[in-house]
Design a protein around this ligand. Structure first.
Ligand code: ZN
Length: 325
């Protein structure tokens, strides 16, 4: 930007904007802008400090002008509406609903999964010293603000309301909710993990001892990636399956390397069954659930083992090429 434009903007803010503003409104507006700057993780700390320094020095016209120019120069990045893969554990922890107002954190609009949440810092970045001290007296500040312990998924409205003007009581509430969610989630994960590992082992054993594929065909699963497999409205199922596959990948690999199971044989059998189901006109997500059911019957497991069967199917579909390197 040319210096003459910058100078003109600053002069304009000095002459017109500041003098026209109602003094009370001005204070409120400036305070609100400072808070927004503080919680904006895309602004480097050094920039935050240099912007706020104008206000601290009493030069609000300069502050507003600099903020305006800085905002102009920033790429106009729209808040992404895509659900990020790394957010899934926090969404799962919250059961996909805002723990404060119980609104859905992910919605489906016209067949698309739409992000309705913000991953929010419980102890927020950029508090003034006095507020930070108040918060720390309630529960000490975490060492790192962006660690999962200090993050919680809440819906957009609740996130904005909290971050614009957090008080110690809201902080206490959010902290305690998080503690409860994290505790439940950890318990659920432990129970699931032990049970799932048992079930996965049973499934794999059943598959290797009862496999009856007679011919080996070429394994080619490239067209069947998990992310293409589920319809948008099944997005939670898709993410959970992906998450589980990633979680249990090493375990499944270990079971295979510690057993005599013939990986190719099992993969082939699953491939043949999958082709039959697809030829019969089933959707891809139906193919997966049918395959899971087929495996569950084969392994003689109850309906509570559906997830384990699903993970095994997804594992074969997603990881064949990896396994064959
Ligand atoms: Zn909410």
């Amino acid at each position: 930007m040319q210096q003459v434009v910058i100078d003109a903007t600053i002069a304009y803010f000095k002459k017109e904007v500041i003098s026209d503003m109602n003094p009370h409104l001005k204070d409120d507006t400036i305070e609100k802008i400072i808070k927004l700057i503080c919680v904006d993780t895309t602004i480097p700390d050094s920039k935050k400090e240099s912007l706020i320094a104008f206000h601290d020095a009493g030069d609000d016209a300069m502050f507003l002008a600099e903020v305006f120019l800085y905002a102009l120069n920033k790429p106009n990045k729209k808040q992404s509406n895509t659900v990020e893969y790394q957010d899934i554990p926090l969404l799962d922890e919250a059961n996909y609903e805002c723990p404060l107002c119980h609104k859905k954190l992910v919605d489906t609009i016209k067949g698309q999964a739409v992000k309705k949440y913000r991953i929010t810092q419980i102890f927020p970045d950029g508090l003034d010293d006095e507020t930070a001290a108040e918060f720390s007296a309630v529960y000490p500040a975490p060492k790192k603000l962006d660690m999962p312990d200090n993050l919680i998924a809440v819906d957009v409205d609740c996130a904005e309301e909290y971050l614009l003007n957090p008080n110690a009581e809201e902080y206490r509430n959010l902290y305690e909710i998080k503690k409860q969610l994290a505790r439940n989630y950890a318990a659920k994960q432990t129970v699931n993990k032990v049970q799932l590992e048992d079930d996965i082992r049973t499934v794999l054993n059943a598959l290797s001892t009862k496999s009856d594929a007679t011919e080996l065909i070429e394994l080619e699963y490239e067209a069947l990636r998990i992310d293409e497999k589920f319809d948008a409205e099944n997005f939670i199922l898709k993410n959970e399956t992906q998450f589980q596959v990633v979680t249990y990948y090493r375990y499944i690999e270990k079971v295979f390397s510690n057993s005599n199971a013939d990986f190719d044989m099992i993969a082939t059998e699953i491939k043949i069954s999958s082709m039959k189901l697809e030829k019969a006109g089933l959707s891809q997500s139906d193919v997966i659930s049918q395959l899971s059911e087929w495996i569950r019957n084969k392994a003689e497991l109850g309906t509570e083992s559906r997830l384990a069967c699903n993970i095994v199917v997804s594992f074969f579909i997603q990881n064949c090429e990896v396994f064959h390197k």
